[in-house]
Design a protein around this ligand. Structure first.
Ligand SMILES: Nc1ncnc2c1ncn2[C@@H]1O[C@H](COP(=O)(O)OP(=O)(O)OP(=O)(O)O)[C@@H](O)[C@H]1O
Ligand SMILES: [Mg+2]
Length: 328
């Protein structure tokens, strides 16, 4: 192992005190094809190597390919078998990932392929995921801001948004973060009148001129100051993690802190920037050879970057006081 690559960490809360439920981390956001699946697979390997019992869930209902990122063939069983009740438990669909301590639940391959999972089916899957026998569940989400993706994202203890240094990715990330927050409000708000306001805020060109969470909170506070305060508290509590992938320059590396500042200023959302990953030809070349980077190329720059981020996430995981608690 190259000197200076930090691997392994302690998990006092998660291992020794033993959570009643697994902590859940989801990875989503900011544009398709930017490296979410690749990162999620390798990050999960870091946690498994650090001694956690990890289950990796391919929750990209439209285009599951996590097995490929792990270098394994398409598993015979997938989440669909559980959804369609062909198996009794979700546990039965966990397959060997080829890495000690890391199980894989492959994504839906059939009717769920349209990402058309029904609300009740989705809630059954989410409830069951929170009961898996594991220390940590990591979910790889598809791209976009569909309600299904947002609900998987919001059910997690830690929600991570990945972006790359491109204007389109930046724009998509802001849209995703905003949509996730509105969806969170929509789940928590029980009043029909306020729900209507949230629904309107979700439309880009709404009649109230609401463009940001700040605008929404101002609007709600005018209707009911106390409600406005509650929304403000929820906003402060909403802290997605941010990772910037495919960094090619010093300027790119500064994007994470810059996005954090912009998000705080315009949305009032304080993102938790946990690190960046350099762009590296070695990465896509390894992917083509079906080489799993953290496992087979531990000395690579990519592996060092991912281990560093895993260490940062480990610190946040220790602070998850009641793992698996529903945010929504
Ligand atoms: N840091 C990097 N350096 C070089 N290439 C990279 C890097 N990160 C990702 N890639 C390339 O991007 C490709 C796409 O990655 P991946 O499939 O993980 O994206 P994704 O965000 O999960 O896409 P989707 O939204 O379709 O699920 C990888 O196969 C790899 O070739
Ligand atoms: Mg993917």
């Amino acid at each position: 192992m190259r000197e200076g690559i930090q691997t392994g960490f302690d998990f006092p809360n998660l291992r020794k005190d033993g959570p009643r439920r697994p902590a859940v981390l989801s990875v989503g956001g900011g544009k398709g094809g930017i490296g979410k699946t690749l990162f999620t697979a390798n990050l999960s390997i870091c946690f498994a190597k650090a001694g956690l019992k990890v289950v990796l869930v391919d929750a990209d209902l439209g285009g599951s390919n996590l097995h490929t990122a792990l270098g394994v063939d398409l598993p015979a069983l997938s989440m669909s078998d559980f959804v369609q009740r062909r198996v009794d438990s979700l546990e039965e669909t966990i397959v060997d990932s080829g890495i000690d301590g890391l199980g894989l639940i492959s994504g839906a391959q059939d009717f769920l392929g349209s990402a058309n999972i029904k609300y009740t089916q989705k809630m059954r899957v989410l409830r069951t995921i929170l009961k898996l026998d594991a220390d940590l569940v990591v979910m790889d989400l598809g791209s976009g801001t569909s309600f299904n993706i947002l609900d998987f994202f919001l059910t997690s203890d830690l929600n991570l948004v990945m972006m790359v240094p491109e204007p389109t990715s930046l724009e998509n990330s802001y849209r995703f973060i905003k949509a996730a927050f509105y969806r969170l409000l929509r789940h928590r708000e029980k009043s029909t009148a306020f729900r209507k306001v949230i629904d309107l805020a979700m439309e880009a060109h709404n009649e109230f001129g609401i463009r940001t969470p700040y605008d929404l909170i101002r609007h709600v506070a005018k209707m009911d100051p106390e409600r406005g305060d509650t929304y403000q508290a929820w906003l402060l509590d909403f802290r997605p993690l941010l990772v910037v992938n495919q960094v090619r320059s010093k300027q790119d590396a500064e994007l994470g802190p810059a996005v954090r500042t912009a998000c705080r200023k315009y949305f009032g959302i304080d993102l938790d920037f946990v690190g960046h990953i350099d762009y590296d030809d070695e990465v896509w070349q390894a992917v083509r050879r079906r080489t799993v980077l953290v496992e087979n190329l531990p000395d690579s720059n990519f592996s060092a970057n991912v281990w560093k981020i895993a260490g940062e996430i480990a610190k946040r995981l220790r602070e998850v006081d009641s793992p698996g608690t529903w945010k929504i």
